[in-house]
Design a protein around this ligand. Structure first.
Ligand code: ADP
Ligand code: MG
Length: 267
């Protein structure tokens, strides 16, 4: 049983406060959704949890099973069991998915490097990732949807304790969305994975059914409820929560690519 505990987390970039006191607790086997209008701080939350440079944490704490994550470099947060699927997965020329996963295995305790190829091939079959993608440079020349399948493959092979999924649905067609959601759900049941699923759009939550839904607006959690909260947002949009009146979570993401893999081109 693992718990990611976020208490009063505050973070800023130079000249601008973004996270203004986030409280969230995600435990093994649970699926929490974080929904919110564009620019509300969803990706910032994911970056700060994983330790992206460029943000200053000005208050609060983040622990995984009591261990202070904010004191650790990103790779040690990953070793501790935290996984991030980025909104815009980075292109890594010269490094294949196989290379990346073999390195991840080599760096993790209790996983035999000899298992990794077999596991990757099983998971690639399960997720419909074509074998030729495994040895190609990571994410280079891939569509948004192919990148998201890759991310899910990494999640399935690495088997983290807690996964933060930032807009894992963007760029996916309905069938791929279902395949990926089923795989993530299986991880919650089989491996007791805890999930923090960040999404602007409620369509993900028809497939990846959340136990708890949080609304993030202006850098704060302004509402928390059950799945009915996502259903309500589909009707009302985010207007009640500080979003634009026409900012409804049912809109399908057109996807987007950015030079900075962490950047949100919509912001
Ligand atoms: P979301 O993912 O909810 O759309 P983000 O976390 O990407 O929102 O961004 C929240 C706000 O913080 C946006 O207004 C964005 O422009 C701003 N922001 C995020 N990162 C930076 C940065 N590195 N420098 C300046 N502003 C940033
Ligand atoms: Mg974002």
């Amino acid at each position: 049983m693992s718990t990611l505990a976020i208490h009063d987390l505050q973070a800023r970039v130079p000249g601008r406060d973004i996270l203004r006191g986030i409280d969230l607790t995600v435990s093994s086997g649970e699926v929490h959704a974080v929904m919110g209008p564009n620019g509300s701080g969803k990706s910032t939350l994911s970056h700060v949890l994983m330790g992206r440079p460029g943000y200053e944490v000005t208050g609060g704490s983040v622990t995984l099973d009591g261990q202070d994550l904010l004191a650790l470099p990103t790779w040690e947060r990953a070793q501790a069991g935290l996984f991030l699927s980025m909104q815009y997965p980075i292109e890594v020329p010269g490094v294949s998915l196989l290379d990346a996963l073999e390195a991840a295995f080599a760096a993790s305790e209790g996983r035999a490097a000899s298992e990794v190829r077999e596991l990757i091939s099983v998971e690639a079959g399960r997720l419909g990732v074509e074998p030729r993608f495994l040895s190609r440079p990571l994410n280079v020349d891939l569509s948004g949807g192919e990148r998201k399948r890759n991310e899910t493959l990494q999640l399935a092979v690495v088997r983290p304790r807690i996964a933060v999924l930032d807009e894992i649905d963007s760029g996916l067609d309905v069938d791929a969305l279902r395949t990926i959601s089923r795989r993530i759900e299986a991880a919650t049941a089989e491996d007791n994975l805890g999930v923090l699923a960040i999404t602007h759009y409620s369509r993900l939550l028809h497939e990846l059914r959340p136990d708890v839904v949080h609304v993030l607006s202006g850098g704060r959690i302004v509402a928390t409820g059950g799945p009915e909260l996502a259903a309500e947002l589909e009707v009302t949009g985010y207007a009640l929560y500080g979003g634009a009146a026409d900012d409804t979570p049912t809109v399908i993401d057109s996807g987007g690519e950015a030079a900075d893999p962490f950047a949100d081109p919509l912001a």
